[in-house]
Design a protein around this ligand. Sequence first.
Ligand SMILES: Nc1ncnc2c1ncn2[C@@H]1O[C@H](COP(=O)(O)OP(=O)(O)OP(=O)(O)O)[C@@H](O)[C@H]1O
Length: 763
Amino acid sequence: MDRIESLPTDHVRSIEAERTYVHDLYERLDELRAEKETQLAKVRKAGAVGTMQNATERDAFATMYEDRLAQLNAVEDRLVFGRLDFDPKDDGATPDPRYIGRIGLTSEDQTRLMVDWRAPESSAFYQATAFERRNVRRRRHLILKGRDVIGVEDDVLDSSLLADGESLQGGGALLAAVSQRRTGRMADIVATIQSEQDRIIRSPQQGVLVVQGGPGTGKTAVALHRAAYLLYEHRERLKSAGVLLVGPSASFMTYIERVLPSLGETGVVMASVGRLMPGIKAIPEKDRLTARVKGRLEMVDFVANAVAERQRTFPSARFVKVEGTTLKISPKLVKRARDKARATGKPHNQARETFVKIMVRELADQLKDKLEKSSGGGNNVDRSYLTEDVRASRDVRIALNLCWMPLTPEKLLSDIYANPERLAWAAPFLKKKERAALYRERGSAWTEADVPLLDEAAELLGEYDSSNGRQKANQESDDARDLANAEQALRNVDAMLAEYGIDGVLSAEELAAFNQVSETSFTAAERASMDRTWAYGHVVVDEAQELSPMQWRLLMRRCPMKSFTIVGDIAQASSASASKSWSQALEPFVEDRFRLEELTVNYRTPKQIAKSATRMARAAGLSVSAPEAVRKGDWPPIITRASESELMATLREALPVEVELAEGGMVAIIAPQQLLRETRTVAAELFGARVGTGSGALDQDIVVTSTSDAKGLEYDIVIILEPAAIVEESGGSVGSLYVAMTRPTQRLRILAEQEIPAGIVKE
Ligand SMILES: Nc1ncnc2c1ncn2[C@@H]1O[C@H](COP(=O)(O)OP(=O)(O)OP(=O)(O)O)[C@@H](O)[C@H]1O
């Protein structure tokens, strides 16, 4: 309580008053939790008895209460963070203050205690200024430690309330938030969302919204809070259709994964670009040419050609044996069946059924003729019986598969990638060198650049049914039974409510949630993440400047309504097929039908470091915006020169110094690929298990990382090794180095043996 003792008396009184109110809010939260726990226990207790349908219903209720309980538990930390005081009413009465928090809370008698930050009534908390007060006299930030109020920070908007010498706006809450030590996980910014950010968060859901902003302007934060806002505002629709959030890497997804749950939202499907195809875990594509070629829209034709190439005819007649009789498969016959199958317009695997049907019928006719002829023409042979014989013939099966094999996307692509001749046939529009970049051996790991091609192939191939007819029939009857169970469960909702004595406790929202889980035992988010063809209600894309045209095509397919929030910074583009402008990226899919918003304040990087990064980027001809940094910072970038043999020795000396300066915060060493291994060894020799690498590294306080894994992340202190090599490995572009330089929140140190790129140091 030192903090309070040193404050003026008014302030202390304010804190004391807030304490009581906040205490009551937490008490109400506890009551609600207890209520849900009782309901959950009741449902679980009843779980042991009853019919299948009862069990399904109880599971559904249990899931619903568990979800609600999880939500109530998730908002424990900084439950309430704001308060608004308003102008007196016309009759002179003072309106009640409005408390803003993570969720809405009402007392038992329905008096409003706290408003959800996303509700329209909360927008003034983020939007009101001294010039446009929206009847707000004072905005108060409540600073909590656990459940205790340890401070208040006021923005007095009505100058008549100010004592002499007092300033208008505090801003202290924001500065305190942005100056905190980093933990390796992104935190929500709900208490200090700034007005330009708030406008974007609350902008309408329809259409494509692009948010452009320099490094550290809060694009990720805004994207996440917008997802939470949209789920609040359009809960009915978006909860069942789902929201997909796409980020650049696994480490980035881990970095942001706690933000939405802390905002009480757990139903968002989060996927890095390597995980957009269920069942595929793709690694980054290291070869820039391969990435660039696979990213082009022309690859749509490549995949279509690859599929067409698997619908073949024989160069000459092929003979097959059916029950001892030789039948002829002429190229003409295959071609006729193929044309008819293609004309169905169905995907490859489904059109195959038509192909097979025609071929089998023709062969059965041939067999019939032959058998009739050999028996002297007198006997009429039963045709259905012959059809079975043809189908069962091994020769026929092989021949049909050679002409039209059922395929998975993985099989299609691994076959064609491994065969230079087929590659040449399917991609005649590529240069020899480009085609060579597509070659890979069967069994090689899938890369992020393959994912959109696999997705494209899945579209053209359709469902692949590897099971035999019997298994398929069983599956169908299982599905039908599940559906019937779920429907029955729904009809029983009312009876169920009465049975457990929870009449009237459910809100419409809860009922909707109940309906959802009843349909299958999965939530919408879970079902969506498993289903490639799921149509999401909204898609949020972060670091969107990196996406290739083929990746965009995949994402557009995921949301046929084209409801997108796209955030990124064109200047930070570093991938081989990144966009040069938002228009170029989006034109093939939505033409110019997108809204562009800009974020202009840098909340992460101190001024001196941000300036150095901007100078470096501009010196290399990159057109970057230079957002205004909110903090000055204590250090300019520090450059340490070393000769090549000494680079690691220099790191050995520098790292302990930086770790100490970080005072328990995070230190990252960002190195070019070629130095990563050596760097890891040096760091581990010095700090052992405290050193982490790759996507699992966020729980350690010292991280060795590549520029691509550092994308979107931030650290208290960053050491960049050999910036010239970072530029070189990006094909001469300074985008990656610009990203690396803009990761620190406190201090940047550069260790280099080669020449330092121009602009880093002020000439
Ligand atoms: N209104 C705010 N209040 C407090 N902190 C904020 C606010 N806006 C952004 N921040 C903080 O600033 C930092 C940078 O935000 P964020 O990562 O969202 O930026 P970005 O624009 O996505 O950056 P980049 O493009 O460089 O990856 C984060 O720590 C974030 O929490």
